[in-house]
Design a protein around this ligand. Structure first.
Ligand SMILES: C[S@@+](CC[C@H](N)C(=O)[O-])C[C@H]1O[C@@H](n2cnc3c(N)ncnc32)[C@H](O)[C@@H]1O
Length: 205
């Protein structure tokens, strides 16, 4: 298949988000806790989380069409019923998501890898996303963010300190381990390479 045929295949078959306002509760069958994995990349965290917590209803959102397509195909082959994915900008999709207070856990594994100032607009984790997550998460719900960029980690901690919706789970804001027991591709790589990882856990007030 040519590159352009492949691109068309990805575009036409990548799973898209529902139009307009939509309910997170009907995307995956069952009544277990709803979890979001935002920017899942190659999707290891989805696979590991779906296996670690079969009762959870896991929803992944990924901007890149090719990755959303490939991970969707892989999930179908594995027959994992408790996870679904959609392609698109999580900042836009989550604005349309309902109901408020329905989400138990949110993971952002290694978001915003860009260093340059001009990439500021691309950044996913900012006040706008935190406001939507604050609306969608239930009180006591957990927000987990990890990164290998120290400067980003410090920014995230500062942002979380400023929001009234979230409370950091430790004084420093950092935790030693990934609390969800599901590694992302980038996390696995960082561990293999012995690179430092900054892990942040916050609770919805
Ligand atoms: C550095 S990668 C990390 C991928 C994966 N979470 C991991 O840890 O291996 C960041 C991912 O976030 C995705 N992303 C960036 N902005 C996004 C947005 N606005 N909505 C959804 N996904 C986004 C990128 O396409 C990319 O796959």
């Amino acid at each position: 298949m040519s590159d352009s045929d492949l691109r068309r295949l990805y575009r036409e078959h990548a799973p898209s988000a529902p139009e307009g306002r939509f309910s997170l509760e009907t995307l995956v069958e069952g009544s277990g806790p709803i979890e979001l994995d935002i920017g899942f990349g190659r999707g290891l965290s989805l696979l590991e989380r779906a296996e670690a917590s079969p009762e959870s209803r896991i929803i992944g959102i990924e901007l890149k069409v090719k990755l959303a397509y490939k991970v969707d195909q892989r999930l179908r082959k594995r027959g994992l019923a408790n996870v679904t994915v959609m392609q698109g900008d999580a900042r836009e999709i989550l604005k349309r998501a309902e109901p408020s207070g329905s989400v138990e856990r949110v993971a952002l594994h290694f978001p915003d890898p860009w260093w340059k100032q001009r990439h500021g607009k691309r950044r996913i984790l900012g006040q706008a996303l935190l406001t939507e997550l604050g609306r969608l998460m239930r009180p006591g719900g957990q927000l987990f963010i990890q990164t290998d960029v120290q400067e980003r980690a410090e920014e995230y901690v500062a942002q979380l300190r400023e929001t009234s919706e979230f409370m950091l789970s430790s004084e420093s804001g950092y935790v030693d381990e990934n609390p969800f027991g599901a590694r992302s591709n980038r996390e696995r790589r960082a561990i293999e390479d012995g690179l430092p990882i900054w892990r942040i856990l916050a609770t919805r007030r």
